[in-house]
Design a protein around this ligand. Sequence first.
Ligand code: URA
Length: 226
Amino acid sequence: MGVRSRARAHGAEPGMPEPRREPAIAAIWDDVQGCTRCPLYRNATQGVAGEGASHAAVMLVGEQPGDREDIAGRPFVGPAGQILDKALADAGIARDELFVTNAVKHFKNEPRGKRRLHKRPNAYEIDRCRWWLDKELDVVQPRVIVALGATAGRALLGRPVSITRDGATVHEMAEGPRVVITIHPSYVLRLRDEPARRSAYDTLVAALSRARDTARLPRTAARRAA
Ligand code: URA
């Protein structure tokens, strides 16, 4: 079954517009569809490569596509994406100025009845998928990368990271870009205690603002948080 019909079989909205991709980014997206570098492709609808401005000053790197992203074929379009969009707006950053991708390009999940439970990628899978992230970095050449969560941090720094310890400084990769490490938006979603949730959200907004300043991106009109 092809990617489109598999996506439909999983309930993708028919007629959902394809994002416009620059040729070099479209080529990566196509190549990811044939990826067998680790076993995760076997259980996923399709590979989800990055999208956005092909020469963005800031690149966001998440963990891996979730259930919704796996079906839509686009990063951060589900519940975590909604938190991310709100945080970007509060940090005065326009999402269409960024390049948004994930450390791992296939959805790692465990079927449980009708649901597919998210499973965290392991170090082997993260390191195997760095191949694709490197290709995206070669094209985009961002000044600043925001690692959303420990998986993205590991992919970028090549070692286990602690959000508390490594989130306090701006890191430099050997190839040039600076790296800001922060929490993953889904961490905000998981917190039930309202003050803790608010504080985690503020941490995310502060990290995005730091990335914006480090990349010298002009601030877009700020939106008041709901
Ligand atoms: N979580 C991620 O890390 N990436 C996505 O694209 C969606 C959810």
